[in-house]
Every structure is written in C-alpha cells, then in structure tokens.
Design a protein around this ligand. Structure first.
Ligand SMILES: [Zn+2]
Ligand SMILES: [Zn+2]
Length: 336
C-alpha cells in the first residue's frame, strides 16, 4: 500500500511559506540598515541573487498551491508513475508517497484545471504562471540576461496569492507567517510598539507599488477614505529608534469603514484586523478647529452611579480622522 500520503493543507502551507519567504527576502533588502547616500539600484545590483532565488521560490510556491488543490480531489492524481508500477496490490509491500515522482509543469496545470470548477480563477493566471515558469527556467538553466526589478518580483508574489487564494490572502499570510513569531518579543530594545512592523509593510508596499496596484490584493478598497485605528494608533505605543529618538505611534491610517458606505457604523483595521463600532457625528474637538471627520469612537465609557444615576465620568470620544478628544456631551448629566 501507499503510505505517507500528503493532505491538501500540507501542500498549501509549504506553498505559502515559499511565497512569504520570497517576500521577506526582498523586504529585508529594501528595509535593511545601510549607509546614507547609497543608491537603491546599487544595493539591488549587489543583491540580485535575492531576486533570482525569489523567482525560484515563487515557481515552487505556485506548483505547491496547485498540488494542494489537486490533492483535495485525490493526492493520487499527483503521482507520475504508471499505474503498472504502483505497489498497491495485496502483498506487494509498502511504498511511501514521498519516494514517488509527482507531476509538475504542464501536466500539473492540466490536472489542476480538471479539479476546479470552470471559471473559478482568473483567466490571467495561465499567463502569470507561464511568465514565472519562463523566468525561473532561465535562472535554473543559467540563461541569464533578463533584468528584473524588485517591484516586478513583488508583483509576481502578490498576484500568485491573489489568483490562487484570493484578495487578502497575501496580507493574512504575512501577518501569520511573519509576525506571529514565537521569538518576537514586545518591548525589546528597539520596539515597544509591535504593530509598527505591520505598518511598515503596508507603507513599504504602497510606496513601492502604488495604491492602485496594491488595491488589487485587498478586499477593502484602499482608495476609500482612511482612518486611524482605535487600538493600534491610540495604543499609547511608541517606537524607540536605534538613535534613541522616539516616535509616538505611527502616523499612517489603515482603518476603513466596513461596509464602505456614508452611514456605515463599522470600522475595520488592516493592521490589527479588529472591527470597531463607531458613531457618525461631526468632529467637535476640545481644542482647535474641528476637522471634516465624522467618524467618532467611544474611547472610554463614562461611569454612572447605579443607584442614583449620577454621572461620575462622562463618556470620552475621539475623532478617528484627527485623533483629538471630543467635547463631552453636557446633556447626559443626571438629575436626582
Ligand atoms: Zn488596528
Ligand atoms: Zn477630527
């Protein structure tokens, strides 16, 4: 009989790991510490190997994700050996799946399409896979020549996720495989505000690829109005930098109305993935001119004496457009 038959999730996890690792390598080069005044082009010339190995990883990642889909029907469809050679008859002994050859390339692609419902993934995936395959072959067969930019490789990673696992899957995988890390300590010498890491990814990707491109890979509309997040932004966290300068929570806005409608009372943050209830009223800050914001969050509920109804402490609201405290509503003062 056949032993050690893999399941779809085994393939999927390793596939995602290949893709996240490719992303992580590129991100690290672009965000590494370096001397001032060195051009990015020079850095990437030195690090070309990172882009080449990333392409190999992307190709590997795609094949694994395709195999995962095929394995949902049956992992046996992945075996390349003729059936006449299968050790499956009684008394023919055991054979481990890991010792068998499995299909790849065109055979895998055809089997994959036989296993999924028609039109369930974008037509453009075929071109995408072919593009990755050709680039990868040139690399592994050392037929060089083609110049490739980090932006191109980042796009190949993002599109692989989006074609095969849908929008949001890249970001969820990065959060899961990258930063929910057992060795990642809050309060280490440089970072007291862990969420800054996620902000940096988003700011980096948006900066390098542009909002329009990045928007293809998220469920929320990144072009919609953005807000501060009650948890991440107001967490009281600070980023202590290497030179001991301190930056009070990051200034990026990555929370969006959910649903994205004028009367929506929900807010969702891309960084902490939390959802919040918000109130729609005009910003009325305790200091300075009001802003045009109308997304107001109950930051701290007030306190009321249960017996007498006397209000000890008013509710405290903040505006998620400007983060300023809001005037307290005097009408709530209780009567005896
Ligand atoms: Zn948040
Ligand atoms: Zn405001």
């Amino acid at each position: 009989m056949l032993t050690a038959i893999p399941n779809p999730d085994d393939y999927k996890n390793v596939g995602i790991e290949c893709l996240v690792q490719a992303y992580k390598s590129i991100f690290s080069v672009d965000n590494g510490e370096m001397r001032h005044g060195v051009e990015r082009g020079q850095i990437w010339k030195y690090n070309e190997i990172v882009l080449r190995t990333s392409i190999v990883l992307i190709h590997q990642g795609i094949e694994l994700l395709l195999k995962s889909e095929v394995a949902k029907k049956s992992p046996l469809l992945l075996i390349d050996q003729r059936r006449g050679e299968w050790k499956t008859l009684p008394n023919s002994g055991d054979e481990s799946f890991t010792d068998l050859y499995t299909i790849g390339g065109n055979d895998l692609l055809r089997t994959f399409y036989a296993c999924i419902p028609a039109n369930s993934i974008s037509e453009d995936f075929i071109t995408h896979f072919e593009d990755v395959r050709v680039k990868r072959n040139k690399i592994v067969h050392s037929i060089g020549g083609e110049e490739i930019s980090p932006e191109d490789v980042l796009k190949l990673i993002l599109w692989t996720f989006t074609f095969l696992l849908g929008p949001d899957s890249f970001w969820e995988s990065v959060l899961d495989k990258f930063y929910n890390h057992p060795g990642h300590e809050v309060g280490d010498e440089e970072l007291e505000f862990e969420e800054i890491q996620q902000y940096i990814h988003l700011v980096y990707l948006e900066g390098i690829l542009g909002k329009g491109e990045l928007n293809n890979h998220f469920k929320v509309d990144l072009k919609a109005r953005r807000y501060y997040c009650p948890t991440c932004t107001a967490g009281g966290g600070v980023l202590v930098k290497g030179d001991d300068s301190v930056e009070e929570y990051p200034s990026g806005k990555w929370a969006f109305l959910s649903p994205n409608a004028p009367d929506s009372t929900g807010l969702e943050c891309l960084v902490c993935r939390e959802s919040f209830d918000i109130e729609r009223k005009d910003c009325n800050p305790t200091e300075g001119e009001p802003c045009k914001g109308n997304v107001i969050y109950l930051d701290e509920p007030g306190e009321t004496d249960e017996d007498t109804g006397e209000v000890y402490e008013e509710d405290s609201f903040i505006c998620l457009t400007c983060m300023r405290d809001q005037h307290k509503d005097k009408h709530q003062v209780a009567i005896e």
